[in-house]
Design a protein around this ligand. Sequence first.
Ligand code: NAP
Length: 312
Amino acid sequence: MEKIANTRYEPTGKNAFVTGTSKGLGEQIGKRLLEMGVHVIGNSRSDPPESFVEYIANGAADYEIGDLAQNGQQIIETIYEKHGGYEIFVNNAGAFSPDYFSRLEPEVIAREINLDLVVPLLLHRGWFGLYNQQHSDARKPELSVNICSISSFYAWPGGTAYQAAKSGLSAALAGLRSMEAYLQDNASVSDKEALGAVAGLSPRIVAIYPDNVDTGLLSKSAQGSLYRVSGDLLPVSIVTDTVIKAIEGKDKFGEYDDIAILVNPKEPETRKELKGVYLAFLPLDGETHRPDFGARQLEQIADEDVLVKGRN
Ligand SMILES: NC(=O)c1ccc[n+]([C@@H]2O[C@H](COP(=O)([O-])OP(=O)(O)OC[C@H]3O[C@@H](n4cnc5c(N)ncnc54)[C@H](OP(=O)(O)O)[C@@H]3O)[C@@H](O)[C@H]2O)c1
């Protein structure tokens, strides 16, 4: 099984644009990065959370209030004007409206696909494009961390639109990696010239696939929904720890760019020792992004060498 080279990364002193930081995972990821000396530019439609206020006051953080679905490109350009851009992008903001498909209003389906798939693609494009236009002084994209969902791998009755969007995001990230590899190894000089400075970019693209997380998102989204999401919840700290380790490339985390975080695997009889939370790292191989991947049991393909028991 081929693994990518171990990727250690030092985020201290870099700029990180983290979306959806008013609460939940985004707030906690942003907070951890701030504690590590990263200059975080947060974003949400509502005001910054209490945990950001002091950092903003002393200049260690900034905040762009705005709807990513309406003003994503404008926010990217504002960050360039104020901070010269950002090396790290944490694509976290997401929409989640579980219900039986026929009960989802068309605009809810469109909003979910837009925020969970189209907006992340446009935000990556805008980030890369910034470097192309302003390559003499824009901060170079180095690391893209994407909060995907385990829904990309397991079909469930209330998740049709959500898992379509999140699976699309996962496929898009694989496409970006493929493009980067091609540009590095195979593309012609004339293609590279036509593309401009962006052809020389090769940020590490990381995808995190959490199971249900205890952020309040599930109980909030259950309001008005006929279908109830059930099952245990991952503590927010487990997911945040994983994201930070993936950013730093610590231990085994630098060897994998696709990282799943599961609660109580579906086949406890085959993995009796794995009670509670554990982390499964998806090996990066030719099989990982096959179209039938979602039909296979994640646990069966996780690399046993690197299964790590989490705290419960
Ligand atoms: N919680 C889970 O069980 C779970 C499991 C797997 C994956 N995930 C993924 O993890 C990510 C974070 O989830 P979470 O549970 O932390 O959600 P959350 O608590 O609802 O937080 C979502 C954040 O996104 C912001 N946001 C929503 N729409 C936005 C928009 N149009 N423009 C800008 N910001 C927007 C929200 O702020 P405002 O409302 O103020 O804009 C909030 O800060 C999502 O991508 C989600 O799909 C979650």
